[in-house]
Design a protein around this ligand. Structure first.
Ligand code: SF4
Length: 319
């Protein structure tokens, strides 16, 4: 049965479970109270899955020497090497996540296990040398699921990064619902045309050529190539200039429908947005209203207007 909502793997402590080494949690309220209404969560605690209890001895990342590229994991005081056990556990979690076909992952920042970057890493032969690396589990997942949207509980507080992450997980979810035919992929591309243009117009065109498949590649191959570039493209944060460009393209559909006064009002709105006087939601909503008023079927299907449930109220804070 097809899923009704995106499924997001998440470090369990972010949902308020008391499973941190000290018996505490780090619940992230927006995730817990808002995002949870629109997605399903699959909580994961790799340290518990490794058999470490609660409370437990703290663990940390280390290198043997400054030149050593390999980052390992051990308990902080008893210095028990945990790297191998960790990787065996991660492989089993990976199998679960693949079977579940997740649409994203939310990690806990700075954790030696779940932190996607900036995790304190000591050097055994030079105690004064401390640098930063990726938590062992987060790095493993990012390697195994290269197109998967992810974020941590620090970045999710930033509204632009939060909005982009949510757009990515819903886009990922929609892509995974496709039936594997070229027709379905072409429809997907058509409906995301302006949503992609907000990120990069050139890539939008390239994606259109990939979906058109003039080379006659197998549908499976085309899906693979398209998906990789699609996810890379929508990971580029939209600039005001690119959002405006997409809006001008949408505006083009109303050339013959609007009177001079209406056109001027709309252009003034766009100018206000360009100059930072109004926000993006104003112009996006206005174009959406026009789309409905003039029954523009092609635009009614466009995900530029609602790339995720509007009740998440994300666009209102986007500059
Ligand atoms: S950060 Fe990761 S390993 Fe640590 S408690 Fe949270 S889920 Fe478990």
């Amino acid at each position: 049965m097809k899923r009704q909502k995106p499924l997001i793997a998440i470090s369990s402590c972010l949902l308020g479970e008391n499973i941190r080494y000290n018996g505490g949690h780090c619940r992230e309220n927006w995730i817990y109270s808002e995002l949870s209404k629109f997605v399903d969560f699959h909580p994961v605690c790799p340290e518990l899955a490794m058999g470490l209890g609660v409370p437990r001895e703290e663990i940390h990342l280390f290198r043997t020497t400054r030149k050593d590229n390999e980052v390992k994991l051990r308990s902080k005081f008893t210095k028990e090497e945990l790297t191998q056990t960790a990787y065996i556990t991660y492989e089993s979690i990976e199998d679960d996540l693949k079977n579940l076909d997740i649409d994203g992952h939310i990690f806990t920042r700075k954790s030696p296990t779940c932190g996607p970057d900036n995790v304190k890493t000591i050097t055994l032969d030079d105690p004064n040398y401390v640098n930063k690396s990726t938590g062992l589990y987060a790095g493993f997942i990012m390697d195994q699921f290269p197109n998967l949207p992810y974020i941590d509980n620090g970045r999710i507080k930033n509204i632009e990064l939060r909005e982009n992450f949510v757009k990515k997980i819903f886009s990922h979810f929609r892509f995974k619902q496709l039936n594997g035919t070229m027709r379905d992929l072409q429809l997907f591309h058509q409906m995301h045309k302006y949503a992609i243009m907000e990120h990069n117009q050139e890539n939008m065109r390239t994606l259109g050529r990939i979906a058109a498949n003039h080379e006659g590649l197998s549908a499976q191959k085309v899906y693979q190539i398209y998906f990789k570039l699609f996810m890379e493209t929508i990971s580029i944060l939209p600039t005001r200039k690119n959002r405006l460009n997409a809006c001008y393209h949408v505006f083009g559909y109303f050339k013959n429908d609007l009177g001079a006064g209406e056109k001027k009002a709309l252009l003034n709105l766009m100018e206000d947005y360009q100059n930072g006087v109004s926000n993006y939601l104003t112009i996006n909503s206005f174009l959406n209203v026009l789309t409905e008023a003039h029954q523009k079927a092609y635009l009614q299907d466009q995900y530029i207007f609602e790339p995720y449930p509007k009740e998440l109220k994300l666009l209102k804070d986007i500059a």
